[in-house]
Design a protein around this ligand. Structure first.
Ligand SMILES: O=P(O)(O)OP(=O)(O)OP(=O)(O)OC[C@H]1O[C@@H](n2cnc3c(O)ncnc32)[C@H](O)[C@@H]1O
Ligand SMILES: [Mg+2]
Length: 204
Protein backbone atom coordinates (compact mmCIF):
# COMPACT_ATOMS: atom_id res chain seq x y z
CA UNK A 1 0.00 0.00 0.00
CA UNK A 2 1.24 3.52 -0.81
CA UNK A 3 2.40 5.72 2.08
CA UNK A 4 -0.34 8.10 3.24
CA UNK A 5 -0.14 11.73 2.06
CA UNK A 6 1.29 13.92 4.85
CA UNK A 7 0.28 17.41 5.87
CA UNK A 8 1.91 19.62 8.48
CA UNK A 9 -0.07 21.57 11.06
CA UNK A 10 2.24 24.48 11.97
CA UNK A 11 1.33 25.41 15.55
CA UNK A 12 3.49 25.71 18.68
CA UNK A 13 0.44 25.67 20.95
CA UNK A 14 0.09 22.06 22.13
CA UNK A 15 -3.57 22.40 23.13
CA UNK A 16 -4.51 24.12 19.87
CA UNK A 17 -2.59 21.49 17.88
CA UNK A 18 -4.46 18.75 19.73
CA UNK A 19 -7.79 20.32 18.74
CA UNK A 20 -6.67 20.74 15.13
CA UNK A 21 -5.35 17.20 14.79
CA UNK A 22 -8.49 15.77 16.43
CA UNK A 23 -10.84 17.56 14.04
CA UNK A 24 -8.71 17.02 10.93
CA UNK A 25 -8.19 13.31 11.57
CA UNK A 26 -11.93 12.86 11.74
CA UNK A 27 -12.43 14.57 8.37
CA UNK A 28 -9.23 13.63 6.51
CA UNK A 29 -9.06 9.92 7.22
CA UNK A 30 -6.40 8.94 4.70
CA UNK A 31 -3.99 11.78 5.44
CA UNK A 32 -1.19 11.72 8.05
CA UNK A 33 -1.46 14.93 10.10
CA UNK A 34 1.99 15.92 11.45
CA UNK A 35 2.88 18.60 14.02
CA UNK A 36 5.99 20.80 14.25
CA UNK A 37 7.62 18.23 16.56
CA UNK A 38 7.46 15.67 13.73
CA UNK A 39 9.57 17.75 11.31
CA UNK A 40 13.06 19.28 11.33
CA UNK A 41 12.91 22.56 13.29
CA UNK A 42 12.91 25.77 11.24
CA UNK A 43 12.81 29.50 11.95
CA UNK A 44 9.17 30.29 12.63
CA UNK A 45 7.92 33.69 11.48
CA UNK A 46 7.07 36.61 13.75
CA UNK A 47 3.25 36.98 13.70
CA UNK A 48 3.30 40.65 12.80
CA UNK A 49 0.30 40.93 10.46
CA UNK A 50 -2.71 43.10 11.37
CA UNK A 51 -5.23 40.37 10.48
CA UNK A 52 -5.87 36.73 11.46
CA UNK A 53 -5.88 35.78 7.76
CA UNK A 54 -2.50 37.47 7.24
CA UNK A 55 -0.91 35.67 10.18
CA UNK A 56 -2.40 32.28 9.25
CA UNK A 57 -0.96 32.63 5.72
CA UNK A 58 2.42 33.69 7.13
CA UNK A 59 2.63 30.60 9.33
CA UNK A 60 1.44 28.22 6.60
CA UNK A 61 3.80 29.67 3.96
CA UNK A 62 6.77 29.33 6.34
CA UNK A 63 5.88 25.69 6.99
CA UNK A 64 5.69 24.74 3.34
CA UNK A 65 8.87 26.68 2.50
CA UNK A 66 10.84 24.89 5.23
CA UNK A 67 9.47 21.36 4.91
CA UNK A 68 8.05 21.01 1.42
CA UNK A 69 4.89 19.58 2.99
CA UNK A 70 1.39 20.95 2.39
CA UNK A 71 0.91 23.06 5.52
CA UNK A 72 -2.07 24.22 7.51
CA UNK A 73 -1.91 27.02 10.09
CA UNK A 74 -4.44 28.59 12.44
CA UNK A 75 -4.37 32.17 13.65
CA UNK A 76 -7.06 32.87 16.18
CA UNK A 77 -8.03 35.11 19.05
CA UNK A 78 -10.65 36.68 21.26
CA UNK A 79 -12.34 39.95 20.23
CA UNK A 80 -14.13 41.75 23.08
CA UNK A 81 -16.75 44.33 22.09
CA UNK A 82 -16.24 46.57 25.15
CA UNK A 83 -12.50 46.64 24.31
CA UNK A 84 -13.05 47.61 20.67
CA UNK A 85 -12.11 44.13 19.47
CA UNK A 86 -9.01 43.70 21.63
CA UNK A 87 -7.03 41.56 22.30
CA UNK A 88 -7.68 40.33 18.73
CA UNK A 89 -4.51 39.34 16.85
CA UNK A 90 -2.56 40.05 20.05
CA UNK A 91 -4.52 37.46 22.10
CA UNK A 92 -1.65 35.00 22.66
CA UNK A 93 0.78 37.57 24.09
CA UNK A 94 -1.58 40.28 25.33
CA UNK A 95 -0.09 40.52 28.85
CA UNK A 96 3.50 40.47 27.55
CA UNK A 97 6.25 37.83 27.47
CA UNK A 98 6.59 35.07 28.39
CA UNK A 99 3.23 33.98 26.94
CA UNK A 100 0.85 33.13 29.82
CA UNK A 101 -2.82 32.14 29.64
CA UNK A 102 -3.14 32.85 33.37
CA UNK A 103 -1.86 36.45 33.12
CA UNK A 104 -3.91 37.06 29.97
CA UNK A 105 -7.06 36.02 31.83
CA UNK A 106 -6.20 38.22 34.83
CA UNK A 107 -5.70 41.15 32.48
CA UNK A 108 -9.02 40.48 30.74
CA UNK A 109 -10.88 40.41 34.07
CA UNK A 110 -9.18 43.65 35.17
CA UNK A 111 -9.98 45.41 31.88
CA UNK A 112 -13.65 44.40 32.16
CA UNK A 113 -14.04 44.95 35.91
CA UNK A 114 -16.42 47.89 35.48
CA UNK A 115 -18.22 46.59 32.41
CA UNK A 116 -21.79 45.44 33.19
CA UNK A 117 -23.04 41.98 32.21
CA UNK A 118 -25.04 43.13 29.20
CA UNK A 119 -21.93 44.68 27.61
CA UNK A 120 -19.55 41.72 28.14
CA UNK A 121 -20.14 40.25 24.68
CA UNK A 122 -17.19 38.83 22.75
CA UNK A 123 -16.33 36.32 20.05
CA UNK A 124 -13.53 33.95 19.19
CA UNK A 125 -12.39 33.96 15.60
CA UNK A 126 -10.10 31.62 13.71
CA UNK A 127 -8.50 31.83 10.29
CA UNK A 128 -7.14 28.58 8.89
CA UNK A 129 -4.84 28.71 5.89
CA UNK A 130 -3.59 25.83 3.78
CA UNK A 131 -0.62 26.33 1.47
CA UNK A 132 0.66 23.70 -0.98
CA UNK A 133 4.19 23.31 -2.37
CA UNK A 134 2.92 24.50 -5.79
CA UNK A 135 1.82 27.81 -4.23
CA UNK A 136 -1.91 27.08 -4.06
CA UNK A 137 -3.47 28.88 -1.07
CA UNK A 138 -6.88 28.71 0.60
CA UNK A 139 -8.09 30.48 3.74
CA UNK A 140 -11.35 30.08 5.66
CA UNK A 141 -12.63 31.70 8.86
CA UNK A 142 -14.87 30.53 11.71
CA UNK A 143 -16.43 32.37 14.62
CA UNK A 144 -18.01 31.60 18.02
CA UNK A 145 -20.07 34.27 19.77
CA UNK A 146 -20.49 34.53 23.53
CA UNK A 147 -19.67 36.56 26.62
CA UNK A 148 -16.96 37.05 29.24
CA UNK A 149 -17.84 35.93 32.77
CA UNK A 150 -16.41 37.33 36.04
CA UNK A 151 -14.44 34.36 37.49
CA UNK A 152 -12.48 31.59 35.80
CA UNK A 153 -14.27 28.23 35.60
CA UNK A 154 -13.35 24.88 34.05
CA UNK A 155 -10.25 22.81 33.34
CA UNK A 156 -10.57 21.93 29.65
CA UNK A 157 -9.63 23.85 26.51
CA UNK A 158 -6.92 26.53 26.77
CA UNK A 159 -6.35 30.27 26.62
CA UNK A 160 -9.43 32.33 27.43
CA UNK A 161 -11.83 29.33 27.53
CA UNK A 162 -12.09 29.57 31.34
CA UNK A 163 -13.74 33.02 31.01
CA UNK A 164 -15.93 32.45 27.93
CA UNK A 165 -19.53 31.27 27.76
CA UNK A 166 -20.66 30.54 24.20
CA UNK A 167 -24.16 31.55 23.08
CA UNK A 168 -24.53 27.97 21.79
CA UNK A 169 -23.69 26.46 25.22
CA UNK A 170 -25.02 28.91 27.80
CA UNK A 171 -24.30 28.45 31.52
CA UNK A 172 -20.95 26.70 31.11
CA UNK A 173 -17.59 27.97 29.94
CA UNK A 174 -15.96 26.48 26.86
CA UNK A 175 -13.38 25.09 29.35
CA UNK A 176 -16.23 23.03 30.89
CA UNK A 177 -17.32 21.45 27.61
CA UNK A 178 -16.15 18.03 26.48
CA UNK A 179 -13.62 18.26 23.61
CA UNK A 180 -16.28 17.03 21.16
CA UNK A 181 -18.83 19.58 22.41
CA UNK A 182 -16.31 22.43 22.08
CA UNK A 183 -15.33 21.29 18.56
CA UNK A 184 -19.01 21.19 17.53
CA UNK A 185 -19.53 24.91 18.20
CA UNK A 186 -16.04 26.44 18.16
CA UNK A 187 -14.52 28.90 15.72
CA UNK A 188 -11.77 26.33 15.04
CA UNK A 189 -14.21 23.45 14.53
CA UNK A 190 -16.21 25.51 12.03
CA UNK A 191 -13.15 26.65 10.06
CA UNK A 192 -11.54 23.20 9.97
CA UNK A 193 -14.74 21.44 8.93
CA UNK A 194 -15.02 23.93 6.07
CA UNK A 195 -11.42 23.60 4.91
CA UNK A 196 -11.08 19.80 5.30
CA UNK A 197 -12.91 18.92 2.06
CA UNK A 198 -10.95 21.62 0.20
CA UNK A 199 -7.69 20.11 1.48
CA UNK A 200 -8.83 16.62 0.48
CA UNK A 201 -9.63 17.88 -3.03
CA UNK A 202 -6.34 19.77 -3.37
CA UNK A 203 -4.33 16.71 -2.35
CA UNK A 204 -6.15 14.30 -4.63
O1 LIG B 1 0.63 30.64 16.67
P1 LIG B 1 0.58 29.23 17.19
O2 LIG B 1 1.93 28.59 17.27
O3 LIG B 1 -0.41 28.38 16.44
O4 LIG B 1 0.03 29.25 18.72
P2 LIG B 1 -0.56 30.54 19.50
O5 LIG B 1 -1.09 30.10 20.81
O6 LIG B 1 0.48 31.63 19.49
O7 LIG B 1 -1.78 30.90 18.59
P3 LIG B 1 -2.22 32.31 17.98
O8 LIG B 1 -1.03 33.11 17.61
O9 LIG B 1 -3.23 31.98 16.92
O10 LIG B 1 -2.94 33.02 19.20
C1 LIG B 1 -4.18 32.51 19.59
C2 LIG B 1 -4.47 32.91 21.03
O11 LIG B 1 -5.88 33.25 21.10
C3 LIG B 1 -6.48 32.60 22.19
N1 LIG B 1 -7.38 31.55 21.67
C4 LIG B 1 -7.51 31.14 20.37
N2 LIG B 1 -8.38 30.13 20.27
C5 LIG B 1 -8.82 29.88 21.51
C6 LIG B 1 -9.71 28.93 22.06
O12 LIG B 1 -10.28 28.01 21.30
N3 LIG B 1 -9.92 28.98 23.36
C7 LIG B 1 -9.33 29.89 24.15
N4 LIG B 1 -8.44 30.79 23.72
C8 LIG B 1 -8.19 30.79 22.41
C9 LIG B 1 -5.35 31.99 23.02
O13 LIG B 1 -4.89 32.94 23.93
C10 LIG B 1 -4.29 31.73 21.96
O14 LIG B 1 -2.98 31.68 22.51
MG1 LIG C 1 0.99 32.51 17.72
Amino acid sequence: MADPVEILVASRNAKKLEEMQRILREHLVEIAVLGLDDVTPYDEPVEDQPTFVGNALLKARAGVAATGLPTLADDSGLCVDALNGMPGVLSARWSGPPKSDHRNNELLLAQLADVPDERRTAYFTCAVAVVLPDGTEQVVEGRMDGRIIREVRGAGGFGYDVLFEADDAPGVTTAELTPADKDAISHRGKALREIAPLVADLLR
